[in-house]
Design a protein around this ligand. Structure first.
Ligand SMILES: [Zn+2]
Length: 54
């Protein structure tokens, strides 16, 4: 289960395996698929991660 969870937060899109495009600003880090399958927003200071998986 842990392994599955870990693999879910990944560097590549689970749909198309494209490398996720990362952008970082002062509030958050956003990783997203260039084909818009998957977006991951991380608010590290709030310890929150939001995942959009279409
Ligand atoms: Zn994708």
């Amino acid at each position: 289960m842990l392994r599955k969870l870990k693999s879910y937060f990944q560097e590549r899109c689970p749909e198309c395996s494209e490398k996720l495009h990362a952008t970082t600003d002062s509030l958050r880090c956003i990783k997203s698929c260039p084909n818009r399958h998957y977006t991951e927003e991380t608010y590290s200071h709030l310890n929150i991660r939001i995942i959009y998986h279409n």
